[in-house]
Design a protein around this ligand. Structure first.
Ligand code: SAM
Length: 432
């Protein structure tokens, strides 16, 4: 009976959550997201409206579970194993620029569409049979639709491939550039067992080259532009907002102090914290390559006496004495071996009570956060393996990392500000 009860519970939960969402939207005169070509691409529910915001995530998780139950374990496994076909149809649509050839108003026949798409692809023979099968498969993922037989129209999802530049590049990067490495992750593990090297990844294996990921993509302008835009689609999500960094850590507790923002890029995070905490000064360190005449950013004039953009390689001994060393989105890009080196290179500058503040992923214990959130984090973890042989860390992993670097580090606490995707890890130097 337990399985029947679970179905009933889920169905009720789905109904209840839907009511929370629809009542919220109705009370504000808003629409739900929709696949209609002119519909809303996202639900207009800001994270601040916590109850409907959470209800939507829970609704998605409950519908997914009920779907999985209704499909059943056996058929579900069959489907899962050949789900890469979703990437295939999306890749073909992205590669052949189909979204550009479908009118936003009205429809186009498969035959006419094939002629237009082939023209967009320098006359490449794709053929109506192939185009139609890719599209009809993608339609099951609500990318394009066929309102009447043989006539293709946009949906809101396919329209994003036309109009949303970061998301379009995200699709291209994932389905085109990252697909061969995904398919070769296990082969790379067999070739380089236990490797922590950024030059022994599935990216190296699939592209048969021996450069670290960033160096490799930077060789090719198209590739690196696509990656940068794709990351905008990811980092642009509300959970990565700078406000979570500013509000998520008690910066005021540091008092009249200097913060060294290590791998701080052009300083945009330090600028935001400096705006909110006038007693703090920032030294933003990054590689020499980020501080050439062409690449160096500018500090807003009103912050110029409190924020400095400088160079420092975080694998070499730190020379700036400061109250706090801050790392945002650095550690998840390196395997333990290299993270230990980064922490050890800090030691010469540390004094008793110096703080190390890390803003990065912290994997939850399984099942302790919602399905949708956990899935996003575990997917990112695999992405880090495929691209750089690094990984996201759980609370115990963070503690072990600091302990391995030096027993005088003490991890004070690890927490995730509400609505933030990333966590804070705060450690303190207990030595002299
Ligand atoms: C993922 S970005 C994070 C940037 C910034 N902290 C943020 O949160 O947006 C990683 C940064 O680390 C820098 N970086 C990479 N290797 C470095 C090194 N050895 N020393 C200092 N910075 C480095 C990169 O140039 C880049 O700006």
């Amino acid at each position: 009976m337990a399985s029947i009860e679970r179905m009933t519970t889920l169905a009720k939960e789905i109904s209840d959550k839907t009511t929370v969402i629809t009542e919220y939207l109705t009370s504000k005169g808003l629409e739900a997201a929709s696949y209609d070509v002119n519909g809303l691409a996202e639900f207009p529910i800001p994270p601040e409206d916590a109850i409907p915001f959470k209800a939507r995530l829970e609704l998605a998780a409950a519908t997914r579970e009920l779907y999985d139950i209704s499909v059943g374990p056996k058929q579900g496994l069959r489907d899962l194993a050949w789900d890469s076909t979703n990437n295939l149809s999306l890749q073909a649509i992205w590669e052949f620029r189909v979204a550009e050839a479908v009118p936003l108003d009205g429809t186009i026949s498969f035959e006419e569409l094939t002629t237009k798409v082939e023209a967009l692809n320098d006359g490449l023979q794709i053929g109506v049979l192939n185009l139609r099968r890719f599209l009809r498969h993608a339609m099951l993922n609500r990318i394009f639709c066929e309102p009447t037989k043989n006539q293709v129209a946009h949906t809101r999802r396919s329209r994003l491939l036309l109009e949303d530049e970061p998301l379009k590049n995200w699709a291209g990067f994932m389905c085109h550039d990252l697909w061969p490495p995904m398919a070769n992750a296990v082969n790379a593990m067999k070739k380089w067992p236990g490797s922590e090297e950024p030059t022994e990844t599935s990216f190296n294996y699939a592209y048969n080259q021996n450069l670290p990921w960033f160096d490799f993509i930077q060789q090719d302008q198209t590739f690196s532009k696509r990656y940068n835009l794709a990351m905008k689609a990811h980092g642009g999500a509300a959970g990565y907002s700078v406000e979570h960094v500013v509000e998520g850590y008690p910066w005021g507790e540091l008092g009249d102090a200097t913060v060294v923002d290590m791998g701080g890029n052009q300083g945009y995070i330090s600028f935001a914290i400096a705006e909110a905490f006038p007693a703090l000064k920032f030294i933003v360190q990054d590689t020499v390559g980020m501080r050439t005449q062409e690449t160096m950013g500018t500090v807003p004039p009103h912050l110029a006496d409190r924020v400095k953009l400088t160079t420092h390689d975080f694998f070499t001994p730190q020379t700036e004495a400061a109250k706090c060393y801050f790392f945002r989105m650095i550690f998840h890009g390196f395997a333990n071996k290299y993270c230990v080196k980064i922490l050890q290179a800090l030691i010469p500058a540390l004094r008793k009570g110096s703080r190390i503040v890390i803003n990065d992923g912290a994997l939850p214990e399984p099942g302790t956060v919602g399905y949708i959130e956990e899935r996003a984090m575990r997917t990112l973890d695999l992405f880090m393996q495929v691209t750089v042989n690094a990984h996201e860390r759980e609370a115990d992993d963070w503690a072990a990392l600091f302990a391995k670097a030096d027993p005088r580090y003490k991890v004070n606490r690890i927490w995730k500000p509400e609505r933030s995707v990333m966590s804070f890890i705060e450690a303190e130097w207990m030595g002299e």
